[in-house]
Design a protein around this ligand. Sequence first.
Ligand code: AHR
Length: 699
Amino acid sequence: MNTHFGLFFSKIISWLAAAGAGLIITSHAFAADPGKIVVQVDKPGAKISPMFYGLMTEEINYSYDGGLYGELIQNRIFKNAPRGARGRRGGGDDTAPAPAPVIPHWSVVNSDGAQGTISLDTNDPVNTVALTTSLKLNIASVAAGGRVGVANDGFWGIPVRPNTTYQASFYAKGSDGFTGPLTVAIESNDGKTPFASAIVPAVADKWQKYSVTLKTGEVPPTAAARFVISGASKGTLNFNLVSLFPPTYKDRVNGNRIDIMQLLADMKPAFLRLPGGNYVEGSDYANRWDWPRTIGPLEERPTHMSPWGYRSSDGLGLLEYLEWCEDLNMEPVLAVFAAYTLNGQSYPNEYGRFAQEAVDEIEYATGDVNTKWGAQRAKDGHPAPFKLTYVEIGNEDPGGGRGGRRATYAERFPLFYLAIKARYTNLQVISTTRGNFGNYTPDVIDEHYYMDFNSALRNAHLYDNRPRTNQLGTPVPRIFVGEWATRDNKPTPSFHAALTDAAFLTGLERNADLVIMSCYAPLFDNLNPGGQQWATDLIGYDTMTAFGSPSYYVQKMFYNNKGDAVLPVALTLQIEPAPAATNAAPEGGPGGFGGRGRGPTTPPQTMFASSSLDEATGDVILKVVNAVETPQQMEISLEGAPAIGKTARMEVLTGGLTDVNSLTEPMKVAPKSSTIDASAKFVREFPGNTVTVLRFPTK
Ligand code: AHR
């Protein structure tokens, strides 16, 4: 039906008038009349937490290795399982002679006529903690002017940029007469074009670390490149911890990729939930988040398997997470391993040990240099403690039921809670589910919602009617929406998903008395072939380029315009929702993670809004999501406001519902800023399918 012109609605539907939600919605009697958005500027409600908007991260979709973490060498300590030519799934011709194992991402480089071979070598390790397997290069023969070397193909290539300085380092030792020199180079995959090179004049017969700087000139940007270390005389060479770093964000040693960090910095997130997600749990005992194995020199980090099917170098370990927070002015929200792994096992005999490991981990982050783990952090290069307010016990622990998990969270949570609170009375403890934890009530509960379009729209009202107190009148735990997304397109979300994301966020903002933090998940997506395990993701990248999805821009708009106190909004819709849709209740359950189901196919509501006050500037912020194609004329009333400035700043995000951003069109869907005339009461048309943020200065 055409809902735009002259439709007569005989009744006014009172949609919702939830006290906690700060929102009243009615549908209009006569659709030719403007709808109404009434903001009670003089009645600020709940404070919006300074930690309201943040980021969630884990090693998924090659988020760190091959993504944010600057290291360009894949399989730098040779721990990736060697692959036979029959392939990982056992296909191929099994009557053929067994092929030499392939060393993932490494190959031998022989110039014309030269002869050399590579193999893995466990004799004479650099150390027995992590560098236990080295790469051995035998140079059997090499003619004058020739070379034999080892090549690494990087993470889907090595990103070459003009006039750029790279830091290369490796352990090496020579034997069987090899004493050097070595040439270290970034070059084209066919070896014909050197992009940058340096010489190591001599190689000792004992393990020694060598470092060189490689500087490119006026070369064309390309990822079709490899890293090569080569020699030109006979003998044997062993290598380990081969590393190559491009410039990093804020020039951190062992730091992060600049373009991705800049995208994050532009969001102005307040916290980082780390390190997961499933990554904190691990697929099994050996591959749990074992934080002490992720700190200290890279030489002592053994690496482990991410539950997402590939090996993590752990180069981005606990301290690097904390420094990532520091670089972006975020606070960590630290998830600790809670004695449960994804294969369904918990470890009752070790609950006490793991609770103590969690306390130690907190000490590593926050302790002063006179504490054991604070001293270790100082030794690792960061004497200053980090600020920490929230610690989460595990991830998605429903306490039994889903996915065959055992009902052990109710046993484990109190032990962790007690151990943490005994030492850190001020820390806020987050549980990953509701449940009966006896006297140990979590301060905060983490809820997760992966939604389709209409679930996200319905869930804009998820918290409107949630009780704020229990039967005794005691406040219930606050809510952390620690993973959420409208899951739509692969690899990154469409504009349609961004639109419903925005509607969902208006609901979180309106309920800021109950909801204190939120973060979308997953954060990153490596778009190279085989790089993705989970769609839909906020930020996409390949080896050279990164971009924000439409959902990224929604979040940037909301994060940058959060405000400090909720302002009540009454919304009179100009366009009525389809009748079938209005009965659909929000679908989130009372806690834990839910919202994965599919809802009705019609949008439950045509417009969504939230409003807040920026206390520092006095600006009134109004966010409006027109979730249908039809434009809606709205009369905006800023009631009880001190004088409103003559102009307001406006940002609008819109696009075709199926529009996406991509490596080739990174800004196809991006917000546009402008200034509009404003007053305490005026009419404005919100075009169909738009997310609008208005900032009204008050005088
Ligand atoms: O965000 C992807 C995964 O979804 C997380 O690792 C897990 O917590 C959730 O199930």
